[in-house]
Design a protein around this ligand. Structure first.
Ligand SMILES: [Zn+2]
Length: 356
């Protein structure tokens, strides 16, 4: 386990009030000396999650979970103790000295960092192709025809992967990056003769971010005929599809403020909704909505609205996930659009008001 000095741990502990930290995730109400809310760790109809500001500990009388500042973060963020300390330290602007880790840990952390850099570079590469290449101009025209403004295209960092097998590959090679890492990280492919090539070609590129807004993956929509229509980056150290909601980091401040979320199916739906001022919109990646994705939203909402195509809604896993929201007192609405119409078309025709 990576080592963090007691000094840093105590400094972090002293900097945070558990009530404030918990309130970041769930709503708390003052009851007597304590604060009470719906437990984020189990599903319940009456709030039994209690935080003591005096003792700086929490306890749930429903599922018997309890602990302090650090154990709360460990459970909430699904991370180790050192990671919990580091996460809080970062929020407080406290520097944690780099831990003297094992060589294997160092390599892993370094690889992750390099992959992150490559994703960031790839995003800029695709974005430049969209705005500066002749083929990119055609894609821009297509996007504008779909109703996207220049501002939206920029805000969502859309890009274009040209019909070039060696474009990004060449860029990464030129910068001296480890192409094998780019392969395992999902940016490149490798032929049977051992030649690396661009994984995304001739596609409109939607960057997918982690919850902190760093590019962690791409969704590529094919332009013209061909299969598959959407190609996503594979799972990687940066990207866990079932735990990611598209647009989450952009929507989160609005979700917090409005206490509602709108779930739609596609990248385009999210972008158009944001463009029309409905900034609480997010989308699962692919068709299935997972409980992990829903847990990103739990404890934050008064209302959740799901808008899906006529053929997609009603999956049992989704409905089961939604029960958790209902139990928290959150209003759940499911809207099915008329067949043949997707939310993006609907918004373009009717404006954003219908989703409010
Ligand atoms: Zn509980």
């Amino acid at each position: 386990m990576a080592y963090i000095s007691d000094e840093v741990i105590e400094e972090v502990r002293g900097r945070f009030d558990l009530v404030e930290v918990v309130s970041f995730y769930i709503d708390l109400k003052k009851v007597g000396k304590n604060f009470v809310g719906f437990c984020p760790f189990h599903s319940e109809k009456t709030p039994s999650f209690t935080v003591s500001p005096e003792k700086q500990i929490f306890h749930c009388f429903g599922c018997q979970t309890g602990g302090n500042l650090f154990s709360f973060i460990m459970q909430m963020e699904d991370c180790s103790f050192p990671d919990a300390v580091r996460l809080l330290a970062q929020r407080a602007g406290i520097t944690v000295e780099p831990p003297p880790s094992t060589p294997a840990e160092k390599l892993k952390a370094q690889a992750r960092e390099n992959l992150q850099e490559m994703y960031s570079l790839a995003q800029k590469y695709y974005q430049a192709l969209l705005w500066r290449s002749p083929e990119g101009k055609e894609v821009l025209t297509y996007l504008q025809r779909r109703g996207l403004t220049k501002e939206s295209i920029l805000e969502f960092q859309l890009g274009y992967a040209g019909n070039n097998w060696q474009g990004l590959t060449g860029e990464l090679r030129k910068k001296g990056y480890d192409l094998q890492l780019a392969l395992t990280g999902g940016l490149l492919g490798k032929s049977s003769t051992g030649r690396y090539y661009d994984y995304f070609r001739e596609r409109l590129i939607f960057p997918i971010w982690d919850s902190r807004g760093r590019v962690a993956a791409f969704g590529g929509r094919i332009l013209g005929p061909g299969e598959p229509k959407y190609l996503n980056s594979p799972e990687s150290p940066l990207f866990n599809k079932s735990r990611t909601l598209y647009g989450f980091h952009l929507a989160l401040p609005h979700i917090r403020r409005e206490k509602k979320a709108l779930l739609v199916e596609g990248y385009m739906d999210v972008i158009l909704l944001h463009q029309y001022g409905i900034r609480e919109a997010v989308a699962p990646l692919g068709t299935a909505l997972t409980e992990k994705q829903l847990s990103l939203l739990r404890g934050r909402l008064d209302k959740i609205l799901l808008v899906f195509d006529a053929d997609a809604g009603g999956e049992t896993a989704v409905l089961r996930g939604l029960e958790l929201f209902k139990n928290e007192g959150c209003r759940v609405e499911v809207a099915q659009l008329p067949p043949g119409l997707d939310p993006a078309d609907y918004i373009k025709e009717r404006g954003g008001e219908v989703f409010r």
